[in-house]
Write a protein that binds this ligand. Sequence first.
Ligand SMILES: Cc1cc2nc3c(=O)[nH]c(=O)nc-3n(C[C@H](O)[C@H](O)[C@H](O)COP(=O)(O)OP(=O)(O)OC[C@H]3O[C@@H](n4cnc5c(N)ncnc54)[C@H](O)[C@@H]3O)c2cc1C
Length: 377
Amino acid sequence: MGSATACFLAALAGPQRRITVVERDPTYAQASSSLSASSIRQQFSTPLSIQLSQFGHAFMASCAEGGRPGAAVGLHARGYLFLGRGEQAAALQRRTRLARSLGAEIEEFDVQALARRYPWMNLGDIHYACQGLRGEGWFDGYLLQQLYRSRARAAGVAYRQGEVVDVLTTGNRCTAVELADGTRLAADEVVNAAGPWSATVAERVGVWLPVRPRRRTMFVVSCPNAPAAAEAFPVLIEPNGVFVRPEQQHHLCTVSPRADNDPDGLPLDPDFSLFEDVIWPTLAARIPAFEALRVERAWAGYYEYNTVDHNGLVGQIGPENFFVATGFSGHGLMHSAGVGRGVAEWLVHGAYRTLDLSPLSPGRLLAGQPIVEEAVY
Ligand SMILES: Cc1cc2nc3c(=O)[nH]c(=O)nc-3n(C[C@H](O)[C@H](O)[C@H](O)COP(=O)(O)OP(=O)(O)OC[C@H]3O[C@@H](n4cnc5c(N)ncnc54)[C@H](O)[C@@H]3O)c2cc1C
């Protein structure tokens, strides 16, 4: 979010605007952006999430290499297939209608059509399914992050290693950020894009943000009798939220822990019990070939989880020149281009021009008007 904002801001504002990105760890070892599943979908429950995905996909597609759209960020086209049981069918149908009304192409399946399309899946428990036909898939999150960073640097943005420990204010304005080594960087505007740690930075100006670091574990698995040619395997979302998609010759899978067992700030050690207790049984029941799975690699990262409505928080809050771009709860990388562009427009023009991000204003929470994004996994 920080580098995306800097990249768009530098392009929009020109060289006379001095922009500094402060980053405590230039290796990004614990950054969510390095540890993500780096996938993109248009199937969400709120309009702006869909529009941000469409913007993000178009941006990534524009990052061509050797004449191939999206190749510079490893963009692969593949639809998300959502499987619904019982009451989930109605919610998925609502989402499909919403996404279509905004131009997304989504295919709906009845049970027979689904079984014809995916004969290698057990589908007896499924009542409804839908799959994106365009604008969905996955990409290389690290390449995307580095692309923002290198474009920002090429446009004159300074990257400064340091940990922000305080934000200094006079009256209702921020005047500087203070780093752990005592350096003070004067600032006319401060954008808090500290991801899972953004609530700690916001506290420095007396602002409470409901954003918490919530651990999520990714598993790369191999399967000796993989069920289908990789090109036929969708990004599959099970009724219980298990996610699986191809990853080169393997598969990448994850599931969020249950809400009542999801504390803040757990150490970033993979939680193997999620694989044993939830992911493997779910996948083996759906796809018999997945009885034989081996975990090749696992890692954990933090969702910057907005505990109130699971939607991004973008805009001014607290001091009049303090802005946040955080809280995306598992979909921030796919939305980073649209958010970076929007924050840049706000800082330069005082208004959103491309996409109206005002529904994501943090003020909605103070006003008790959350906009719940249901499609969070
Ligand atoms: C396992 C997992 C799977 C995910 N899958 C997807 C997906 O498929 N698609 C998708 O779109 N999103 C996904 N996400 C979410 C996505 O990765 C995040 O929404 C996004 O990366 C957030 O970006 P960010 O810039 O806000 O945070 P980060 O990438 O965490 O960046 C914040 C940076 O701030 C720095 N920082 C923090 N505090 C300070 C301080 N005080 N001073 C200086 N620097 C500081 C940190 O070092 C860090 O580099 C996933 C996340 C995880 C963990």
